[in-house]
Design a protein around this ligand. Structure first.
Ligand code: GLV
Length: 319
């Protein structure tokens, strides 16, 4: 019997490929560059399964290039790069990688909270610029976290994991989410649920941990930023277009809010020009899940989803 053909559109850790090779003929793009569309489409023409990255747009053109496609296994928890209704209409199963990147992403979010409130990027730039400096009682004073409110927008697994970390730093937790978290989680965190306006206007740090969709496009725009306190900080480790990046640059420049730390950008990999010169903006290149352990776990979960479906089982983590 001929083996099913799996096309992996980006470079992923070997253990994921090894699992796929046990059950399928595997073609994998081996460069860290984004795969050129012609190469991708040539491979998709005979693909039964595709393993994709968040830099792939799985839209109608992708599906049209892959007439035999049965499944797309996205190596990411977010799947806004995938037109899920179009996949459904074409009978293509979609899976993502929830769970395995929760801790890494929450760690990164907490690191950004610390970076922006303690001005660490600014301090690093100062040293690297070779400028003279000396310890000073009032030099580069930041904001302490103890007793401050962290307002989490999107209280899924990553939001809860961030809240657990923030509690260890003495923060109090508020969240905005469609549904309430389980009572035992709310109790453990001492978390209160607020509507978005109240969360924005009462939080010392606002962290975005919600999925990106039409409903969350520019959720944080000029109006939302103006509701925040002038001494408050914004952290985004979710998806760039949740924030109106141009409006954020203006708000940071004009002191509408005190600072922002971004791991994701509206037009990734481009970054809003106005942010680059601002010392109160911490900017890192989409590193939320970027540990070798986590990326390996993501790749193997995506592969296990494909293997499950090839074996006639249900996908493990369907969208
Ligand atoms: C990373 O951004 C992911 O969605 O997994």
């Amino acid at each position: 019997m001929t083996k099913p053909r799996v096309v992996v559109t980006g470079r992923i850790p070997e253990p994921g490929l090894d699992l796929l090779r046990e059950v399928a003929d595997v073609w994998a793009w081996t460069s860290d560059e984004v795969i050129p569309t012609e190469v991708r489409d040539e491979q998709l023409a005979t693909a039964d399964y595709a393993v994709t990255l968040l830099t792939d747009r799985v839209d109608q053109a992708f599906l049209d290039a892959a007439p035999a496609l049965r499944m797309v296994a996205n190596v990411a928890v977010g799947y806004n790069n995938i037109d899920v209704p179009a996949c459904r209409a074409g009978g293509v199963t979609v899976t993502n990688t929830p769970g395995v990147l929760t801790d890494a992403t929450a760690d990164l979010a907490m690191a950004l909270v610390l970076m922006v409130t303690r001005r660490l990027g600014e301090g690093e730039r100062l040293i690297r610029a070779g400028a003279p400096w000396q310890w000073g009682m009032f030099m580069m004073l930041g904001t302490g976290l103890q007793g401050r409110r962290l307002g989490i927008v999107g209280m899924g697994a990553i939001g809860v994991a961030l809240a657990d970390r923030a509690r260890a730093f003495g923060m109090e937790i508020a969240y905005h989410n469609r549904s309430a978290v389980a009572p035992e989680v709310a109790e453990r965190l001492g978390a209160i649920r607020l509507d978005l306006d109240e969360l924005l206007s009462t939080s010392d740090v606002v962290s975005l941990n919600c999925p990106y969709s039409e409903a969350t496009h520019h959720l944080i725009d000029a109006d939302a930023l103006s509701m925040m306190r002038s001494d408050a900080f914004l952290v985004n480790t979710a998806r760039g277009p949740i924030v109106d990046e141009a409006a954020l640059a203006v708000a940071l420049r004009d002191g509408v809010i005190a600072g922002a730390a971004l791991d994701v950008f509206e037009r990734e990999p481009a970054v809003e020009e106005g942010l680059l010169a601002l010392d109160n903006a911490v900017l890192v290149p989409h590193l939320g899940s970027a540990t070798i352990e986590t990326r390996t776990a993501m790749a193997t979960l995506a592969a296990r989803n494909v293997v499950a479906v090839i074996s006639g089982d249900d996908p493990i983590t369907p969208v």
